[in-house]
Design a protein around this ligand. Structure first.
Ligand SMILES: C[S@@+](CC[C@H](N)C(=O)[O-])C[C@H]1O[C@@H](n2cnc3c(N)ncnc32)[C@H](O)[C@@H]1O
Length: 329
């Protein structure tokens, strides 16, 4: 940028993005989105959600400008896209996504302000841990739709009587719980070394009534000593320093049954420009300073003795790319 005005212009653009996310988050948190199930005026929504009418109108005008809400006269309604989230799971997902964005980026900034920037996903705030857990539930659908039908032998194994899955770094156990719910005979072992997410995980497993099928162990992946025990293992490369990932590939390979599958992922996007730079920043903040791209992670998976191994198709537009590898039969 050549001059001061350009910098000020950029600040203006950034301010629009942050306030847009805040307005959408407020609409979800305050119940406006649920109240938009049928066309309603700002006064009606304000009465239903106990919010000042004028503020409801201002927030909804922003959502109209963003294209997620429609306005006809003085009535607002959800667009068909937003309407797909107007159910308890959809609302939970929106809340979690926006909380993860606003709280994690807020925490990044407070750490910078305190001069205590650090690498690694080390959150202790229950709201952040729970939000990440809710977002992780989406992985179950992705795995069921995109992985299980395409990875040899996996569908039969996961439906079998002694099906077993390993979830490394299970956090608040959002993924562990949702995958156990999706596969009724599946036993899940989650590894979680950090005390705060461990406590959330144990509470969530108990609340879901899954204590007999989801076990949460207070160990690192490096300390995993199980042999020939799991049909599928999730080893999230982007939350682990490189040396830990390499060691994890070794312990997880031994813990898989012959023919069992490893699922990992990359959040490193090569190249220049904002999207790749932001992806690499987040990958590094989450734990892997090298932010390797999918090809580099695939090479490590192959070198660790997984065969076949490949980059798998993932959800469209996602910056996270899944990589799979099989422990040979
Ligand atoms: C983003 S969280 C996972 C969220 C989780 N999928 C959920 O459903 O809530 C990543 C977790 O990996 C854990 N972790 C970090 N290093 C680890 C290691 N060496 N072994 C196992 N877990 C580790 C962290 O403590 C953190 O809770």
């Amino acid at each position: 940028m050549e001059n001061r005005e350009q910098v000020l212009g950029l600040l203006g653009t950034l301010s629009e993005s942050v306030w847009s996310a805040s307005a959408l988050s407020a609409a979800v948190e305050a119940g406006f989105v649920e109240a938009l199930a049928a066309p309603a005026t700002a006064a009606e929504i304000g009465a239903r959600t106990d919010a000042p009418t004028v503020l409801v109108e201002r927030v909804l005008d922003v959502l109209v400008a963003l294209g997620v809400v429609r306005r006809t006269g003085d009535r607002f309604e959800a667009t068909p896209g937003l309407a797909t989230f107007q159910n308890p799971n959809g609302i939970d997902y929106l809340k979690a996504d926006l909380r993860a964005l606003l709280l994690q980026s807020g925490a990044f900034n407070s750490a910078a302000k305190r001069r205590q920037l650090e690498i690694g996903w080390r959150f202790t705030d229950p709201e952040i841990l729970q939000a990440q857990g809710t977002l992780s539930k989406a992985a179950t659908e992705m795995i069921s739709k995109l992985m299980v039908p395409n990875l040899e032998g996996l569908a039969d194994r996961l439906a079998g009587p002694d099906a077993a899955l390993l979830d490394v770094g299970c956090g608040a156990a959002g993924f562990a719980i949702s995958v156990a719910e999706a596969y009724p005979t599946l036993k899940v072992v989650g590894l979680e070394p950090a005390p705060a997410p461990l406590a959330e995980a144990r509470r969530n497993v108990e609340a879901a009534g899954l204590g007999d099928r989801v076990e949460v162990r207070n160990i690192t992946v490096q300390a995993l000593a199980d042999k020939d025990a799991f049909d599928l293992a999730w080893l999230p490369q982007m939350f682990l320093p490189r040396a830990v990932f390499a060691e994890g590939l070794r312990t997880v390979r031994a813990a898989l049954r012959p023919g069992g599958w490893l699922l990992t992922a990359s959040m490193g996007v090569p190249g220049e420009g904002l999207k790749p730079a932001l992806a690499r920043l987040r990958a590094t903040l989450w734990g892997n300073t090298e932010a390797p791209d999918a090809e580099a992670v695939l090479a490590e998976v192959r070198a660790a003795g997984f065969e076949p191994a490949m980059i798998a198709p993932g959800p469209p537009n996602a910056i996270i790319r899944p990589i799979v590898g099989r422990r040979p039969l």
